[in-house]
Design a protein around this ligand. Structure first.
Ligand SMILES: NC(=O)c1ccc[n+]([C@@H]2O[C@H](COP(=O)([O-])OP(=O)(O)OC[C@H]3O[C@@H](n4cnc5c(N)ncnc54)[C@H](OP(=O)(O)O)[C@@H]3O)[C@@H](O)[C@H]2O)c1
Length: 259
């Protein structure tokens, strides 16, 4: 069994996944970085100054069988998983009827089923050791849903509730669960979700950098915090909004519908 910490990150070829990978590599951890595109992971690995502790593995989290085989491979090769970041995610900011069925299914399979499949595949390894930490990347969108993000918001709300229930299930074990709720992050995700670029420009003043987000998440992991939301200003506004009566919510709707 490896003496380094073993960190598994899904969606590691994207903005936040890369930042989390770099953060852990700098700490001397061994990072297993996964995403569907092996080519993108290889290109990322080439850019790193110290890629020795990096392992890449092509993985589609929406396939339970692929996830199961991946977890078995990690178990045989490294014997453990200290931190699992369920970070892979996708979005299409479009109204429900305009969204293609494949887009809807991909969002649900990646953002909800993918998180559950991966957690389910890695938990036995963690429970065997009676230690480990699962970090689920949700979103502030899981707290407040807006037009053109009903499906994405629902998927992230599911991740928040899943994390909460899992935390109860694991209360008497040494396995921890942190759910991260970031606001908009400056990653390729924004352009992919809204090709017009309108959403990105509307949330420009709230944009977090991937490095900033990764650092805030990691601090919460170190403190074993159950939940972490960022940036503070947007989180506070989301929280206050969630307390409003429905009629008042209708009045302020034009202010929050940015997509
Ligand atoms: N950017 C934001 O504004 C924002 C805000 C709040 C929360 N988040 C959440 O933060 C997480 C990371 O997002 P990001 O901004 O870094 O997005 P990103 O740059 O688009 O990266 C997404 C990553 O997920 C991977 N991925 C997508 N579908 C996958 C699948 N089925 N199986 C495996 N990997 C898959 C992508 O790689 P491949 O295409 O190669 O698979 C990529 O590595 C997501 O869960 C997202 O919902 C983002």
């Amino acid at each position: 069994m490896s003496s380094s910490k073993i960190i598994v990150i899904t969606g590691a070829s994207g903005g936040l996944g890369r930042a989390l990978t770099q953060l852990h590599l700098k700490k001397g951890d061994l990072v297993i970085a996964t995403s569907r595109s092996e080519h993108t992971l290889e290109a990322f690995a080439k850019q790193l100054s110290h890629p020795d502790n990096l392992c890449i593995y092509p993985l589609d989290v929406s396939s339970n069988e692929a996830v199961r085989q991946f977890a078995a491979w990690v178990h045989v090769r490294f014997g453990k998983c200290d931190l699992l970041y369920n970070n892979a995610g996708t979005a299409v900011f479009e109204s429900l009827v305009q969204m293609r069925l494949e887009e809807l299914e991909e969002t649900l399979l990646t953002n909800i089923a993918g998180v559950m499949y991966t957690t389910r595949a890695f938990l036995p390894m963690m429970l065997q050791e009676n230690r480990g930490h699962i970090i689920n990347i949700a979103s502030l969108a899981g707290q407040v849903a807006t037009a053109k993000a009903a499906v994405y918001a629902a998927s992230k709300a599911a991740v928040i509730r899943f994390s909460e229930g899992l935390r109860h299930e694991l209360a008497d074990t040494g396995v921890h669960v942190t759910c991260a709720l970031p606001g908009p992050i400056d990653t390729p995700f924004l352009e992919r979700a809204d090709k017009t670029g309108a959403y990105r420009s509307k949330v420009n003043s709230y944009l977090l950098s991937p490095d900033q987000t990764a650092t805030l998440i990691y601090k919460a992991v170190e403190r074993k915090r159950p939940e972490v939301a960022m940036p503070f200003r947007l989180h506070a506004l989301s929280f206050l909004y969630s307390l409003l009566p429905y009629k008042v919510k209708q009045l302020v709707a034009p202010l929050i519908n940015r997509k």
